[in-house]
Design a protein around this ligand. Structure first.
Ligand SMILES: C[S@@+](CC[C@H](N)C(=O)[O-])C[C@H]1O[C@@H](n2cnc3c(N)ncnc32)[C@H](O)[C@@H]1O
Length: 237
């Protein structure tokens, strides 16, 4: 009870405007100011609501898990026989962090949408825990995989619009033989992980993927992230 209360307080404090401003100046000192924007434009692309629901319908999925629900915008929209939503602060059906949930969970799901704490180490844990809880033929989706500039991906978080460094976890997964990983060009980038042999293995080994540089992503995002348009993704699902 006390741990859940403290978790809630810490998450709220980390996202307060004064703390974000301080962290923005900290990042400003160290970032490479020449790089600017990657140039992604999601305005005419599908929303995460459309992407998630169309995948559930096409695959006839029955069990949906969402990690990080906030105000339930997506969670309420999704139509699926069984839905479980995890969030330590608001929304969903289980008041817990993803780690607390997975420590006790023995259920399997067809589709998991990972959208909790957008930091590399947590996202990586969420991916591997989700793979353990995924039915054969299931799909993992991850929000916020395509940041447009340094600040949108800087950790610790320093502004309201924030994708975090989810992209680093995707790059790491792209090097694994047993999962097939894409990033759909929609709604700030939706990572897609299939539990099947990798069809486009990335040859980009790194000892510690948390240390990847924004510059690597800025110049090589198409290849590193295996970016795919929504229409092409639906053809390979
Ligand atoms: C971007 S919002 C989710 C938005 C929602 N998925 C949607 O599409 O409408 C991120 C949420 O993740 C939650 N969160 C933060 N850390 C978490 C953790 N460790 N486990 C699960 N959820 C977490 C936050 O409380 C917040 O509500």
């Amino acid at each position: 009870m006390l741990i859940k209360y403290l978790n809630k307080k810490i998450i709220r404090l980390r996202n307060s405007s004064k703390i974000l401003k301080l962290l923005y100046y900290y990042h400003y000192l160290f970032c490479d100011k020449k790089l600017g924007n990657v140039g992604f434009d999601f305005t005419s692309k599908k929303s995460r609501l459309e992407v998630v629901q169309s995948i559930i319908e096409k695959k006839n999925f029955k069990k949906y898990l969402e990690i990080g629900c906030f105000d339930d915008e997506l969670f309420n929209f999704v139509k699926c026989d069984k839905k479980v939503g995890i969030d330590p602060v608001s929304g969903g059906t289980v008041r817990a962090t993803s780690d607390q949930f997975f420590a006790k969970n023995d259920e399997k799901f067809d589709c998991v949408f990972i959208d909790g704490l957008h930091e590399y180490h947590q996202v990586k844990k969420d991916i591997f825990n989700s793979l353990q809880s995924l039915n054969d033929g299931g799909i993992i989706l991850l929000h916020d995989c395509l940041p447009n500039n340094y600040y949108e991906q800087a950790t610790p978080r320093c502004q309201w619009i924030w994708n975090g460094d989810v992209w680093k976890a995707i790059v790491e997964c792209r090097n694994l033989k047993d999962i097939d990983v894409y990033t759909c060009y929609a709604d700030f980038g939706i990572g897609v992980i299939f539990k099947r042999p990798n069809k486009n293995l990335l040859d980009f080994f790194h000892k510690d993927y948390s240390k990847l540089k924004f510059e690597d992503y800025f110049h090589n995002n198409k290849k590193l992230m295996n970016i795919i348009e929504y229409e092409d993704l639906m053809k390979i699902i």
